[in-house]
Design a protein around this ligand. Structure first.
Ligand code: DX5
Ligand code: ZN
Length: 218
């Protein structure tokens, strides 16, 4: 199933609650919330209190992307703030297995992400335990960067591995997704598309619907 997850990183932060509400009523499936700690990535965004403050603006799925060094330590704060799915990086300092178990024990879905230079094979031992794999299509840290085409091969290898295992999970792409790259990523096998600048640069409903139809017509 195709899902569009607009990234709030590109919203007007002075009106983040209204922006979240507007995205939720513009046909998005999820709301992508980029948490950066200035340590795992060279940028700082927002944390659990901000997510909690916008939780009551809609019932949309909160897709929390943790770009932080110690996701195990903070996972519970994000579940309490209202996360429906928490994605963390395999390159973080936390133990991968323990972090997956912690998030699941809090009745939250879990995603595992790889940065562009990390081989996709690193997530293979965890595929039975996660709900989603996020293949980054830019170096994490900033919105508005260019899509890395060379990451598509990783999606194909992941698809092959999942087919071998007779398993279907969500495959998310994040970074540089626009009306053209969405169909490239979709053809490679991704089904969840994060888009920041491509959604917030225009009419939200129109942008989301274009992304969805370009992802569908592969
Ligand atoms: C990058 C973030 C992305 C980013 C996407 O580190 O994880 O979610 O906001 O922004 P665009 O769609 O502008 O590349
Ligand atoms: Zn993200």
């Amino acid at each position: 199933m195709i899902k569009i997850s607009p990234s709030m990183l590109s919203c007007d932060f002075s009106r983040i609650g209204e922006e979240a509400e507007e995205i939720a009523s513009s046909g998005a499936d999820m709301l992508h919330l980029d948490v950066m700690d200035g340590h795992f990535v060279p940028n700082i965004t927002f944390g659990a209190p901000v997510i909690k403050s916008i939780r009551n603006t809609s019932n949309i799925v909160f897709d929390v992307h943790l770009m932080i060094s110690d996701p195990l330590k903070y996972a519970e704060d994000f579940v309490k703030a209202g996360a429906d799915i928490i994605t963390f990086h395999i390159e973080s300092d936390s133990n991968t297995k323990e972090t997956i178990e912690k998030i699941k024990s809090l009745s939250c879905k879990v995603g595992l992400s790889v940065k562009p230079k990390t081989p996709i094979e690193e997530v293979f031992p965890y595929l039975e335990d996660v709900d989603m794999v996020l293949v980054m299509t830019v170096e994490p840290g900033f919105g508005g960067q260019s899509f890395m085409h060379d990451q598509m091969e990783k999606i194909s290898r992941l698809k092959m591995k999942l087919a071998e295992m007779n398993k279907t999970i969500d495959i998310q792409v994040d970074g540089g997704i626009n009306e053209e790259t969405v169909s490239i990523a979709s053809k490679a096998g991704a089904n969840v598309f994060v888009a920041g600048s491509a959604v917030f640069g225009g009419d939200y409903e129109e942008r989301i619907s274009t992304l969805r139809s370009n992802a569908t017509t592969v």
